[in-house]
Design a protein around this ligand. Sequence first.
Ligand code: NDP
Length: 392
Amino acid sequence: MSRVLIVGAGGVSQVVVHKCAQVPEVFSEICLASRTLSKCERIAAQLDRPIRTAQVDADNVAEMVALIRDFKPDLVVNVALPYQDLHIMDACLETGVDYLDTANYEPIDEAKFEYKWQWAYQERFREKGLMALLGSGFDPGVTNVFCAHAQKHHFDEIHQLDIIDCNAGDHGKHFATNFNPEINIREVTARGRYWERGEWVETDPLAWSMSYDFPEGIGPKKCYLMYHEELESLVLNLKGIKRARFWMTFSDNYLKHLEVLGNVGMTRIDPVQYKGCEIVPLQFLKALLPDPASLGPDTKGRTCIGCLMKGVKDGREKQVYVYNICDHQDAYREVQSQAVSYTTGVPAMIGAMMMLTGKWRGEGVFNMEQFDPDPFMEKLNLHGLPWKEVIF
Ligand code: NDP
């Protein structure tokens, strides 16, 4: 029986709240707090059990501390934006509460996708006997757990890793992002980077592509090499890794819009002067684009995210592909959200469950592959994200 404070009330949060509410034996009390109270109340009204709601500016550590002292959670689940990570971690340290998030801290004026700021909290969490679990979404999150699973059950060493993220869904809009537009566009327009024989190799944004034939009728799709944050911890934690890359599918239509927006300066994250006001073009663009949480009813099709790994077992070469397929409309029927929010929110709930039930425990700051993958993999099958594996 535990108390969980969920911070942020966007697309991912809606799924986390629904999923926690479905497991009252673990999450006996839930408080949902965000910057805009009405968004918390809207989500709370969708549930068939009561939860508490609160207004909080998570960048204001004193406000967060006061909320934590008032609600007394056992765990804070941060599904606000990456900009809030360090402030919420500070509030957790001050109040002696464990922490979980789904995305690495990002400074607002620079797209970095690095764990260094949060890894720097290692000693402070350890000294206080607290645990912080970083990146408990799908990618990062489940992809790290898939790697840990393969390392534990299939390989002596994993030499090559390709994480391949396919959204074969269609929302029917000219242009929309399926999670927070600002974070999504920062990620996609950043330079590509992958790990090759002990060092990072950079590419121009989306300069490299390949075709991958996705299973279960999804078929071949063009995938683009990008940098993605889980690579940073995986290259440290996977024994013998020589090459690690991350790929994501994009439609030609999405890329065409992005190119034009980039060319005219609308994806810039530095402030510009407009009629005496300072505006950040990407933040302005976010205000024009559809709210990802509103895409649920119309998004059709499936996502397929998996890890393709090559390595050795007992001296023999081996290849394993572990993946999940999630249907947008099934997700919508269950929690009124599309599959991108669903595939992030379910692992956030499972990560929270691992911590609160003591299956995953530690003092300090951890990435997902550092724990036993078995109980997490078992819960994926039970809570809406069944996985499969193919051994070549
Ligand atoms: P949304 O933009 O839909 O929601 C973000 C929420 O955070 C909003 O409710 C927003 O409030 C709230 N918020 C923003 N700033 C503050 C603040 N200072 N104090 C309190 N609340 C605040 O984002 P998503 O739900 O799409 O994404 C949530 C997180 O999940 C992001 O960090 C994203 O990077 C991560 N993510 C991770 C994935 C993974 O697989 N690991 C995949 C997809 C997303 P308001 O409504 O008032 O703006």
